[in-house]
Design a protein around this ligand. Structure first.
Ligand code: AMP
Length: 249
C-alpha cells in the first residue's frame, strides 16, 4: 500500500517567534523554517511501516510556497520515495488544505495517510479530522502507537488522563502525537540521494479549491512577561507566601 504524508513548512520550533509591531501576525522575515515537528514524526512512522513491509511507497505532500520544496527534500532524505508540492504563496487554512489533500487521496489512493496532529504555527489541530470527514475514512488521532494487521490498523491514542486503543479499517487517516517515535536524522548520503528523487510541482489553482480565508486574524500578542521570582529564607516563609497566594490552606 501507499502511505501519504502531508508535511508543512513552519517556523522552526527552536526559534522564539517575534510578533510584528502592528500585532498583525508573527514576523517571518529571515526566520529559520523547518518541517512541522509532528510531521517529522509522521514521516518517521511511514518509514517504519515500510521497513516492516506494510508499505511499498511513501509520498510526501506539502501545500505552500516554492520554498516548501526544501521541506519535501527533507522528507525524501529521511526516506520518502517521492514528493508533491501544491504551490501557492497564499496562507492556506486547514479546510482548504484538507480539500486539496482529498483530491490527492482520490488520485493516489493511499492505504494510510499519516500526518501531524497539529501544525505548530496555527495550532489548529483540524486538518486530519477534516480530511477524514471529506474522504469518509476512519481516523485515529493523537497516535502514540500504530500497528497494522491485515486490513486493520490499531491506534493507541493519547487522551486526557490515559490511553485509548481504537481499531480502524484501512484505508484510514492517522495523526501523530509526540510520543509515537523519535524521528531519524537524514544522513549526508541520503540527503544527496534525495536530490534525485521525484518531486512534482502542481499549482494550487489546478485543484479548483477556494483558498479564500474564512478567518480574519484580529490581533496577535506576546504572552505576558513572567514576573521575576524571589528567594525565600526558610520553609516557613515559603509556606506563609503560598498561604497568601491561596496555594496552601
Ligand atoms: P493543523 O490542522 O493546521 O494544525 O495541521 C495538522 C496537520 O495537517 C499538520 O501536522 C500537517 O500534517 C497537515 N498540514 C496542515 N497544513 C499543511 C500544509 N500546508 N501542507 C501540508 N500539510 C499540512
Amino acid at each position: 500500500m501507499k502511505v501519504l504524508v502531508p508535511v508543512k513548512r513552519v517556523i522552526d520550533y527552536n526559534v522564539r517567534p517575534r510578533v510584528k509591531a502592528d500585532g498583525s501576525g508573527v514576523d517571518l522575515a529571515n526566520v529559520k523554517m523547518s518541517m512541522n515537528p509532528f510531521d517529522e514524526i509522521a514521516v518517521e512512522e511511514a518509514i517504519r511501516l515500510k521497513e516492516k513491509g506494510h508499505a511499498e511507497e511513501i509520498i510526501a505532500v506539502s501545500i505552500g510556497p516554492a520554498k516548501a520544496q526544501e521541506t519535501l527534500r527533507t522528507a525524501l532524505a529521511m526516506g520518502a520515495d517521492r514528493a508533491i508540492l501544491v504551490e501557492t504563496d497564499d496562507a492556506v487554512e486547514p479546510l482548504a488544505v484538507a480539500k486539496i489533500l482529498k483530491a490527492i487521496v482520490d488520485e493516489e489512493q493511499p492505504g494510510l495517510v499519516v500526518m501531524g496532529k497539529q501544525a505548530i504555527d496555527d495550532d489548529s489541530n483540524q486538518t486530519g479530522q477534516m480530511l477524514a470527514a471529506l474522504t469518509g475514512r476512519p481516523q485515529g488521532t493523537f497516535a502514540s502507537k500504530v500497528e497494522i494487521e491485515g486490513e486493520k490498523v490499531t491506534v493507541v491514542r493519547e487522551v486526557d488522563g490515559g490511553l485509548e486503543t481504537v481499531s480502524l479499517s484501512l484505508p484510514a487517516i492517522v495523526t501523530t502525537d509526540l510520543r509515537l517515535n523519535e524521528p531519524r536524522y537524514a544522513s549526508l548520503p541520503n540527503i544527496m540521494k534525495a536530490k534525485k528523487k521525484p518531486l512534482d510541482v502542481k499549482p494550487a489553482a489546478d485543484f479548483g479549491v477556494d483558498l479564500t480565508p474564512r478567518l480574519k486574524v484580529l490581533k496577535v500578542s506576546e504572552p505576558p512577561v513572567r514576573q521575576a521570582g524571589v528567594q525565600v529564607g526558610s520553609v516557613d516563609e515559603l509556606v506563609a507566601k503560598l498561604k497568601v497566594l491561596g496555594f496552601v490552606a
